[in-house]
Design a protein around this ligand. Structure first.
Ligand SMILES: [Zn+2]
Length: 137
């Protein structure tokens, strides 16, 4: 019998690091989507089990990084929800909300238990407000 590797802290740190790097590498909203005034991201978690996770809401302004990855709310999970595809869909249209659900693909490592897939589902709604089109040069 081999002791399980103690990865709780390192996978959590690794996730933070991935998010930080991704955010640093992202363009600002103003650069990536010049017409976007604001982007609102709403996350509601669909709990298969208790406890409930609080809903989250994010408002992005042009100076913010156009980065749409959010950590799974489980502290022992290394999962990241990547909402860049639906966010880009919302930003590519005019004031249209894009919504759907996504499942966490992370792995949870709880004390005393084997690492197991997380699978926490999130229901997201992303809506972008566009600046009114203007004919600038
Ligand atoms: Zn997760």
């Amino acid at each position: 019998m081999r002791p399980a590797p103690r990865q709780k802290v390192s996978s959590f740190r690794e996730r933070e690091e991935r998010l930080r790097k991704g955010r640093d590498a992202a363009q600002t909203l103003r650069t990536a989507f010049p017409n976007a005034a604001t982007v609102n991201v709403q996350l509601r978690f669909l709990p298969a089990t208790a406890p409930l996770h609080a809903a989250q809401s994010f408002m992005l302004y042009p100076a913010a990084r156009a980065y749409f990855s959010y950590p799974c709310p489980y502290g022992d999970c290394d999962g990241i929800y990547d909402l860049s595809a639906p966010a880009h869909q919302a930003l590519g249209r005019k004031a249209v909300a894009v919504s759907g659900t996504l499942e966490c693909v992370g792995v949870r490592s709880r004390d005393g238990l084997q690492r197991q897939p997380c699978g926490l589902r999130v229901s997201y709604t992303i809506s972008a407000q566009q600046e009114s089109a203007h004919a600038s040069t």
